[in-house]
Structure formats: structure tokens, C-alpha cells
Ligand binder design. Structure first.
Ligand code: ZN
Length: 114
């Protein structure tokens, strides 16, 4: 359900872009999905593909999903490391960390048919 509403928002974003650019259709688009975004990648892909097929301007678009790995920065030493919500800095332990990437869901590259 979550993935379906995300796919719908994405399709709307693409259609807005088409209108703004005065293009006829979308040939391809790439979406970055963060490892920690909570998005189930395969479910999201299926939801997107089902949705774009129903729209003539999107029906031939090729979808590329890129999974973005999580990156954290330690608040004590500034070192960056990967891992999930429970990962800790190897030097400082669970002292606190900030998420640099891995939570995004972003439309990255769109190739338009003009
Ligand atoms: Zn550290």
C-alpha cells in the first residue's frame, strides 16, 4: 500500500515535468531508493510498472531503481560508516551518529521524448 502511494506520487511528478517541458512522453527515469527509506524495492518497482503502463505518456518509460546504501557519521570522531539503524562507530561505540544518506526516495534522471 505504501509503495503504491509512493508510485502514484512519482507518476504525478513525472506528468508535471512533462507538462512543464512540453514533452510528449518519458523514455526513461531513474529513482534513488535509500536502504533505510522503508521502501520495499521490488514492491515499489511492481507498483511503478503497473502504474506507468496505464498512462500513454509514461507507458514506454524504462525504470531504473538505484538502491542507495546508508551512510552515517559519528558525532564524536566524524568517521563515516555504513550499516542500519543499530550500527555504531567502531572507535567510539554508540555515542551518537547522523544519517548522511540512505533515507531518500528521489527522482534522479528523466529522459523525455520531445
Ligand atoms: Zn567515532
Amino acid at each position: 500500500m505504501h509503495e503504491a502511494s509512493l508510485a502514484l506520487a512519482l507518476a504525478e511528478e513525472l506528468l508535471d515535468l512533462l507538462q512543464k517541458e512540453g514533452a510528449r512522453g518519458v523514455l526513461s527515469f531513474a529513482v534513488e531508493v535509500g536502504e533505510l527509506s522503508g521502501v520495499e524495492v521490488e514492491a515499489f518497482r511492481q507498483a511503478c510498472e503497473a502504474l506507468i503502463r496505464t498512462h500513454p505518456a509514461l507507458s514506454r518509460a524504462k525504470l531504473e531503481l538505484r538502491v542507495v546504501p546508508a551512510r552515517w557519521r559519528c558525532r564524536i570522531c566524524g568517521k563515516t560508516f555504513g550499516g542500519d539503524w543499530w550500527s555504531v562507530c567502531q572507535d567510539c561505540g554508540p555515542a551518537g551518529k547522523d544519517l548522511l544518506s540512505g533515507e531518500e526516495l528521489l527522482l534522479r534522471e528523466v529522459e523525455l521524448e520531445v
